[in-house]
Design a protein around this ligand. Structure first.
Ligand code: FES
Length: 153
């Protein structure tokens, strides 16, 4: 078969879609589910703009095949806020001014959430190391690391 049906949970909602077997999770999110918060920078695993969480693990959604995700739980930038209340790391990005153009920001934030959840926040160096796959062309790295550090407490 050239296409397959896949059922997965995205930001807490069960979704079932039929997609071409070559479809990436990024295209599934953006083109099939209208969740355009995850950005397509390089589409080749080199920039981190497409970062989401799959079963709590950080992944580059452009490199992840949608059909492999049967039963998976996906979290995107659209799923982080609780109603009107931003996720603490989203708030910290605003408070720290940790973005300029904003294109890399959803991926930075999901990567940062993974960093905090997995406890790689012992020092600014450790955060920088973890976040090194997320490229920011505006060069906001110092403030991005501050935002993650502040949120980790
Ligand atoms: Fe996926 Fe660049 S778009 S890493």
């Amino acid at each position: 078969a050239r296409s397959s049906r896949v059922s997965l949970t995205v930001n807490g909602t069960r979704r079932t879609v039929t997609v071409d077997n070559r479809t990436s999770l990024l295209d599934l999110l953006r083109e099939h589910l209208d969740l355009t918060g995850s950005k397509k920078g390089c589409n080749a695993g080199a920039c981190g703009a497409c970062t989401v969480l799959v079963d709590g693990q950080r992944v580059n959604s452009c490199l992840t095949l949608a059909v492999r995700l049967e039963g998976a739980e996906v979290t995107t930038i659209e799923g982080l806020a609780k109603g009107d209340e931003l996720h603490p790391l989203q708030q910290a990005f605003i408070d720290e001014d940790a973005y300029q153009c904003g294109y890399c920001t959803p991926g930075q934030i999901l990567s940062g959430v993974g960093c905090i959840q997995e406890g790689h926040t012992g020092s600014p160096e450790e955060i920088r190391e973890w976040m090194s796959g997320n490229i920011c062309r505006c060069g906001c790295y110092v403030k991005i690391v501050c935002a993650v550090e502040q949120t980790a407490g």
